[in-house]
Design a binder for this molecule. Sequence first.
Ligand SMILES: [Zn+2]
Length: 152
Amino acid sequence: VTEPRATSEPRVVPEETPLTAPYWAAARRGTVLLQRCTDCGLVWHPPAPTCPAGPAHRVEWVEASGRASLVGATSVRHAVHAAVADRLPYLVALVELEEGPLFVCSLADVDEEQLVRGLPLTLAPGPTPGGLVLPVARPAAGADAAGPALPA
Ligand SMILES: [Zn+2]
């Protein structure tokens, strides 16, 4: 009996539902969509069936600017699933989108020493090793590391 290779394990993938289908379709086209309330102006993520401020409010999809700033990040050094064992270590970030919502995503093209609160980021969907298209944050062009260092 041979042990299955880590890379042959199925990936843990987000479930696409009727509610989230517009989000995933846009990601595959290279854009991030957010829900916005046309009655009160609130913007939120992840997608919800109604406006969090009023169930009778009308909801529309809007394209995110892609501008965001770093709130926090962690380096994942232990595989939480066999399918990601071949990717260690990798960075997961909590970012604040320009439109307001907080967003959890991968963080790429940055050294841990550069991670400071408020680091300007660009968020854009990109292909992942598992074949999914997921939003990934990268330092914005010309981004300065001017904020306080994140706690280790
Ligand atoms: Zn509303």
